[in-house]
Design a protein around this ligand. Structure first.
Ligand SMILES: NC(=O)c1ccc[n+]([C@@H]2O[C@H](COP(=O)([O-])OP(=O)(O)OC[C@H]3O[C@@H](n4cnc5c(N)ncnc54)[C@H](OP(=O)(O)O)[C@@H]3O)[C@@H](O)[C@H]2O)c1
Ligand SMILES: *[C@@H]1O[C@H](CO)[C@@H](O)[C@H](O)[C@H]1NC(C)=O
Ligand SMILES: *[C@@H]1O[C@H](CO)[C@@H](O)[C@H](O)[C@H]1NC(C)=O
Ligand SMILES: *[C@@H]1O[C@H](CO)[C@@H](O)[C@H](O)[C@H]1NC(C)=O
Length: 285
């Protein structure tokens, strides 16, 4: 597969995040891993402005450690697909059908990596037997994204490893059965919004009690970041760490019990579930 061409069909916010991640990936000493990177990436967009934006982005990075060349185009979808071995489908979900109709005949069972929310492997299989479905999120722009992957039956182990190597650069990726993708859409895709609500709430609590806005925000962010590190590095269950912070009769347990009274935990769980319920409905349309 080494030295292949990758097309990003619809290279907007998410497409550019994935493009940057792959382009900037460190050079691997391992020849097999090295062969999983494309020699060329073609970014396809609908208009000149979007293609210029991709050019600017690439210019800001300097040379790719793996020597990847990027060609940014608009209105050249057919030419790009003809030339490519693998396709990342990055348009908005409602445009998938229109964009794929135009290039359908040229796909020839090439591997399609689809990031379109709500589009199932089965639906994408109309265009190619070889499909990877991806659900990721906006922190991918900063190399801190989370991605869930599911593969169609015909994707072999070599291709799976290739996709995992590429997508891992958005931050982290895991394989999940496709039946869990509505849950992943809410937990991963919408996840940043839920965390932002938590940050905003902590920040406003600080302001309410007299801590200035900037200081409240800085502290809320560091508490969030530090707690994540603590869970990761200790390897302990969050509930164990939580109880370690609770002095008997102290402030922390009082705060936690008050939050419980206000249904914070149940609200978070119900809210994330609601997102998944809506994701399932959107998928059926
Ligand atoms: N944003 C998120 O948080 C998020 C999270 C999870 C999944 N996703 C998924 O990611 C996908 C992309 O979302 P996005 O936010 O990155 O959208 P976006 O920024 O609008 O990017 C879509 C790109 O597709 C291009 N495009 C439109 N028509 C085209 C055509 N006929 N041929 C070639 N390119 C065309 C657009 O270029 P022009 O502007 O030039 O038309 C645009 O750059 C969606 O399917 C979404 O479900 C997004
Ligand atoms: C796609 O899948 C078919 C089997 O359905 C397989 O023969 C072929 O090698 C695959 N092609 C690519 C480029 O992945
Ligand atoms: C998987 O498919 C690709 C493309 O068709 C091929 O190059 C590769 O050798 C296959 N790998 C295995 C393990 O079958
Ligand atoms: C708050 O932070 C912003 C951005 O860092 C800065 O521009 C602003 O001057 C700060 N305000 C105060 C009151 O410190």
């Amino acid at each position: 597969m080494g030295g292949y061409t990758l097309t990003i069909l619809g290279c907007g916010v998410m497409g550019q995040a994935i493009l940057s991640a792959i382009y900037k990936a460190e050079k691997s000493e391992d020849a097999e891993i090295q062969s999983r990177y494309p020699k060329k990436i073609i970014a396809c967009n609908g208009d000149l402005q979007a293609s210029e934006q991709v050019n600017q982005l690439i210019k800001s990075f300097g040379e790719s450690p793996n020597g990847i060349v990027v060609e940014s185009t608009f209105g050249q979808n057919k030419e790009a697909i003809k030339e490519s071995d693998i396709i990342i489908l990055g348009t908005k979900p409602y445009l998938v059908e229109t964009v794929m109709k135009e290039v359908e005949e040229l796909v020839n069972d090439k591997l399609i990596i689809s990031i379109a929310a709500g589009w199932t492997i089965n639906q994408i299989s109309t265009y190619s037997k070889n499909v990877t479905r991806v659900m990721t999120n906006t922190p991918a722009k900063y190399g801190q994204g989370c991605a869930a992957l599911a593969f169609s039956e015909s994707v072999n182990s070599t291709q799976k490893e290739l996709v995992k190597t590429l997508i891992n650069h958005v931050g982290m990726c895991i394989e999940l059965p496709e039946k869990l993708f509505d849950a992943a859409t809410s937990l991963i895709g919408s996840g940043p919004a839920y965390i932002l609500l938590m940050i905003e709430s902590m920040m406003e609590s600080g302001i309410k009690m007299g801590i200035p806005l900037n200081e409240s925000l800085a502290c809320s962010l560091k508490v969030m970041e530090g707690t994540v590190k603590m869970v990761q590095e200790s390897g302990l269950h969050p509930a164990v760490l939580k109880h370690q912070v609770c002095t008997p009769g102290g402030t922390t347990i009082a705060g936690l019990c008050k939050m419980d009274e206000h249904g914070v935990k149940a609200g978070i769980i119900k809210g994330i579930e609601e997102g998944a319920i809506v994701a399932a409905k959107l998928g059926k349309k």
